[in-house]
Write a protein that binds this ligand. Structure first.
Ligand SMILES: COc1cccc(COC(=O)c2cn[nH]c2)c1
Length: 237
C-alpha cells in the first residue's frame, strides 16, 4: 500500500518513522510519503490560507495549493486513490472503516488547518479520488495531523506483516463488537492484588469462557450502545 500525507506541518507526522510503522516502512511493507503543502505554493510568502468569503473569524485554506498537490499525487499512477480528509464534520472513523481502508491500493490524507479547506477542493478532488471526510470523534483539533497519525496507525497495523503476531489482531476491542477482556502478567500476587485464579488453572476451555464473559460484562458496563448492537446480532449471547 502507498500512503501519502499532505500537511503544512510535515514534521508532525515524524512519529510514523518510529516503532512498528517505521519498521514496516523500512521493510518495504508500507510506502508512506509525507509532503509539505507549501511545495505547491508559488508566492514569496508560500501562502496557504486567506480570509473567509461571507466573513467570520479565522482563515480558510486556499484551493490552489491543494488542487496542485492532489493533481501531482494522482498523476503518479493510474489508480484512483481514496482521499481522506480528517474533520470534525466527517463520518465517524471506526475499526470497520480501518479494515475497509486497509484493503485499498492507495490512500492520500489531507491535513486541514484553520477553519478548514475551501469546499471546492472536495468537489475538484472527486474527479480523481474517492473522497472521504472522516472524524475521530466529536471534538475539534487544530488540524488533521493528529487524526492522521491515529488513522494511519489503525490502518497500517492491519496490513499483513506489520504486526508480528497476527493472532493479536483477532480478539481485540471492536474487532468483533465487544471490548477486550482484562489482561494480567507476573507476579500473580502484586501489592496484595491477585490475578483471577481461573487464569492460573491451565484449563483453556474455562479460561476462554471466563474471558468471553468478561468481554460481555465490560461492554455492557462501558459501551451499552455496542452491547445492544452485539445482542441484536447474537440473540443467545
Ligand atoms: C478539514 O479541515 C479541518 C479544520 C480544522 C481541524 C481539522 C482537524 O480535524 C479535526 O478537528 C477532527 C478530526 N476528527 N475529529 C476532529 C480539519
Amino acid at each position: 500500500m502507498r500512503l501519502d500525507v499532505i500537511s503544512i506541518f510535515p514534521e508532525y507526522l515524524s512519529p510514523l518513522d518510529l516503532s512498528l510503522i517505521g519498521k514496516a516502512r523500512r521493510d518495504g511493507l508500507l510506502d508512506l510519503r509525507v509532503h509539505d503543502l507549501r511545495t505547491w505554493t508559488h508566492d514569496r510568502h508560500r501562502t496557504v490560507d486567506d480570509t473567509p468569503y461571507g466573513g467570520g473569524a479565522g482563515m480558510v485554506m486556499k484551493p490552489q495549493p491543494w488542487s496542485e498537490a492532489l493533481d501531482s499525487l494522482a498523476a503518479d499512477d493510474d489508480s484512483r486513490p481514496t482521499l481522506i480528509v480528517p474533520g470534525p464534520g466527517g463520518e465517524r472513523f471506526t475499526q470497520q472503516i480501518a479494515r475497509e481502508l486497509a484493503g485499498k491500493e492507495r490512500l492520500v490524507f489531507a491535513c486541514g488547518r484553520y477553519e478548514g479547506i475551501d469546499e471546492r477542493v472536495y468537489e475538484y478532488a472527486a474527479r480523481d479520488y474517492d473522497v472521504r471526510v472522516l472524524s475521530l470523534g466529536d471534538y475539534v483539533l487544530n488540524g488533521g495531523e493528529v487524526a492522521v497519525l491515529a488513522m494511519v496507525e489503525a490502518i497500517a497495523r492491519l496490513l499483513p506483516g506489520v504486526i508480528g503476531n497476527a493472532e493479536s489482531l483477532v480478539e481485540e476491542s471492536h474487532e468483533d463488537g465487544l471490548l477486550e477482556y482484562p489482561v494480567y502478567t507476573k507476579p500473580a500476587d502484586w501489592n496484595g492484588l491477585v490475578v483471577p485464579e481461573i487464569l492460573l488453572s491451565g484449563d483453556h476451555g474455562r479460561i476462554a469462557a471466563w474471558r468471553h464473559q468478561q468481554r460481555l460484562e465490560r461492554t455492557s458496563a462501558r459501551r451499552p450502545d455496542m452491547y445492544a448492537a452485539y445482542r441484536l446480532s447474537h440473540p443467545d449471547a
